[in-house]
Design a protein around this ligand. Structure first.
Ligand SMILES: [Zn+2]
Length: 150
């Protein structure tokens, strides 16, 4: 049985930018793992996403923003040549083609990627979205979801 908390590579872009995505990335090649939170701001036009990370510290640390579909790391983190900045920049760049990197796995943390509510139904846990949100984002609900092109 597949691990149901793993986000399918082809759906990652939709998942990541859905509004309230919290996910852990593991890379079997490097042994690294990071937990990111990508939260969308309220503006409908020119939206901004706020990126936070949790890795060595148990607290969320602000990592940067995404606007105009570009990731802009927070200056302090950038100056430190922070590994989390490098990891997130890579992930954002590769978000539509993660299938090319089979050692990279994305696990959701039990909340709907769009609204952030706790997922309780097996179908929701399997796809990483609640039923209503899956419909709104035009992704297949239950089982591996096949998102519309983002
Ligand atoms: Zn939802």
């Amino acid at each position: 049985m597949p691990n149901t908390n793993i986000i399918q590579a082809q759906n990652f872009s939709t998942f990541m930018l859905a509004g309230n995505a919290v996910f852990t990335v593991t890379n079997a090649t490097t042994g690294n793992h990071f937990t990111f939170k990508v939260k969308r701001g309220y503006a409908d036009r020119n939206p901004t996403w706020y990126v936070k990370v949790k890795s060595k510290s148990p607290k969320w640390v602000h990592l940067g923003t995404i606007s105009g579909f570009k990731f802009r790391p927070n200056e302090i983190m950038k100056e430190k040549r922070n590994i989390e900045v490098t990891a997130f920049a890579w992930l954002f760049k590769q978000r539509r083609q993660l299938a090319r990197f089979p050692t990279v796995k994305i696990y959701h943390e039990g909340g709907c990627a769009r609204c952030g509510r706790t997922l309780t139904l097996p179908e929701s846990i399997e796809c990483g979205f609640g039923k209503t949100c899956a419909k709104l984002l035009d992704v297949e609900y239950g089982g591996p979801l096949y998102a519309s092109a983002q």
